[in-house]
Design a protein around this ligand. Structure first.
Ligand SMILES: CC(C)(COP(=O)(O)OP(=O)(O)OC[C@H]1O[C@@H](n2cnc3c(N)ncnc32)[C@H](O)[C@@H]1OP(=O)(O)O)[C@@H](O)C(=O)NCCC(=O)NCCS
Length: 222
């Protein structure tokens, strides 16, 4: 079996979207998926092999793979898995995964491991950190700054110069007015309309988005 190519860590719905973006872009052959546990001969999404994470990190499975993408939706969990891979398999690079329909300005920056799904748009001078997930139809306007491990769910729209802190999540169809600053580890619920700055570690919902409670770093939100 040819194991060269890219490993997709995760076997969720999001992992399917990432696989699709990879197949459409033709950037890297998919070596297989990686799950916490995997029985020998296991297959996912057609006929791709599934490897156990411990075997991959020990270098006893998929040792010919040269790239990885962590396709895990929860931002804090994704950060932990990236940390484990970086600590044990430094030979695995984290390329940007870009569906061919995603539009990225020549003046935008995108960090390692970030995934851009169909019709995502990054306009001029947008800076998107590492290991972010920019879902279908999300729009990041000019001069926005997204820290690492941010997720924008489908159809999120950010006005110009919005800043979003590390590991924050904006749910389906949420928007943020230009210039708003959203802290670290903050959640904006589906359809939320951010019109003022939001602090770290908060959950905000509604239009206009108001903080309904605080959260602790890494607490489950999906
Ligand atoms: C914001 C969110 C994380 C809160 O989830 P939760 O902690 O389970 O919150 P609850 O369901 O207990 O709701 C708490 C209150 O907020 C309200 N609420 C929850 N989500 C809301 C939303 N998106 N917009 C407006 N109000 C919302 C609930 O109606 C409830 O109100 P009440 O106290 O008056 O009854 C969740 O509702 C959400 O929007 N998740 C994003 C989903 C998404 O976009 N997924 C895409 C994956 S790619």
């Amino acid at each position: 079996m040819n194991q060269a190519g890219i490993l997709i860590f995760g076997v969720s719905g999001y992992a399917k979207l990432v696989a699709d973006a990879l197949l459409e872009s033709g950037a890297f052959p998919i070596a297989g998926f990686v799950d916490r546990v995997a029985a020998p001969g296991m297959r996912f999404l057609g006929d791709f092999p599934v490897f156990a994470e411990a075997d991959v990190l020990a270098g006893t499975a998929a040792e010919e793979a040269r790239q990885a993408v962590v396709a895990i939706g929860d931002n804090a969990v994704r950060e932990k898995v990236v940390g484990r891979i970086a600590a044990t398999r430094p030979d695995l690079a984290f390329p940007v995964i870009r569906h061919p329909s995603a539009l990225v300005s020549r003046f935008a920056d995108v960090g390692a491991g970030t995934v851009l799904l169909p019709h995502a748009i990054l306009n001029a001078a947008a800076k998107v950190g590492a290991q972010c997930s920019i879902y279908t139809n999300a729009v990041v306007e000019h001069d926005c700054v997204l820290a690492d491990y941010v997720t924008l769910a489908p159809s999120v729209a950010l006005g110009g110069n919005v800043h979003i802190g590390a590991r924050s999540f904006l749910g389906l169809g949420a928007t943020a007015n230009h210039g708003c600053r959203i802290g670290d580890d903050t959640i904006v619920g589906a359809g939320g309309v951010v019109v003022t700055d939001l602090p770290d570690l908060s959950i905000a919902v509604g239009a206009p988005a108001r903080v309904i409670r605080s959260r602790s770093r890494g607490s489950t939100y999906l």
